[in-house]
Design a protein around this ligand. Structure first.
Ligand code: SAM
Length: 254
């Protein structure tokens, strides 16, 4: 069967990498749930079913049933649906800890991560994403990849680079390399007015080339300046030079 480009089907064929990815979900208990996004031909699924917990695999392409039927069991449900249409709150309601895993289809990576953040609090999520996306999600201040989305995601989860995966490990071979990242839930999320904080971040990063001051033209910058002074940051500082700690402090005085 030909891979469907419209569904981002690039199947992982390196068995060692597949096993290393599955091992990133560890210490699961009987009443935990693993959600697999896009099982495809079952590369990860065939190892996930050995875990002592429940598994729900969400696959958009019904034609995959010929590969996935054999994994269907009392503990493993294959659901043919678009992940963005699945009622996740209902799906997870009977379980203790939630884990999510998936070699994500590249055309829809960010919407999937957003949808998960808005609907569930997972203990850990393990995703294969384009290398470029991984660089953005794991970026540190003072680097070109650090931006709104880095801070948004890192507010909820500690994000780590796990495994670099060269494009040759897929069939068909995609145009880009990939990286497996893990997202580990943050137990002590900073207390902020989230709406205010995320708006501040959006505004601060609205024009990459502008200074923070020019991006925050509608804010009382004198108050912000006091905080910049405290952290020895120049008034011409750019958003990409500012850590979460400083943004949080700013969000509390605006
Ligand atoms: N897990 C398999 C592997 O590692 O070889 C397949 C990974 S492939 C990159 C992405 C998978 O996600 C495909 O099976 C594709 O059909 C499925 N998919 C694409 N869009 C989806 C969506 N919106 N909801 C659920 N699955 C989707």
């Amino acid at each position: 069967m030909l891979a469907k480009k419209k569904y981002g089907q690039n199947f992982l064929i390196n068995e060692k990498i597949i096993q290393d990815i599955v091992q990133l979900i560890d210490n699961v208990q009987k009443n935990d749930l693993i959600i697999e996004i896009g099982p495809g031909k079952g590369a990860l699924t065939k190892y996930l079913i050995n875990k002592p917990c429940n598994i729900k695999c969400i696959e958009i392409d019904k034609d995959m049933h010929k590969y996935l039927d054999k994994y269907q069991s009392e503990n493993c449900n294959i659901i043919y649906n678009d992940i963005l249409q699945v009622d996740l709150k209902n799906l997870i309601c009977n379980y203790d800890n939630i884990y999510v895993i998936g070699n994500l289809p590249y055309y829809i990576t960010t919407p999937i991560i957003d949808y998960l953040i808005k609907n569930i609090k997972a203990k850990k999520m393990v995703f294969m994403v384009q290398k470029e996306v991984a660089d953005r999600l794991t970026a540190k201040p003072n680097t070109k990849n650090y931006g709104y989305y880095t801070l948004y995601l890192n507010y909820y989860y500690n994000v780590y680079n796990e495994i670099f995966v060269c494009r040759n490990n897929f069939n068909p071979i995609p145009k880009v390399d990939s990286e497996v990242i893990s997202l580990n839930v943050r137990e002590n999320i900073p207390i902020v007015d989230k709406e205010k904080y995320f708006k501040l971040l959006k505004d601060a990063f609205s024009h990459k080339r502008k200074t923070l001051k020019n991006n925050l033209i509608n804010y009382d910058f004198n108050k912000i300046q006091n905080i910049l002074n405290k952290y020895k940051l120049d008034e011409n500082v750019r958003a990409e030079q500012i850590s979460e700690e400083v943004f949080i402090e700013i969000s509390k005085i605006i």
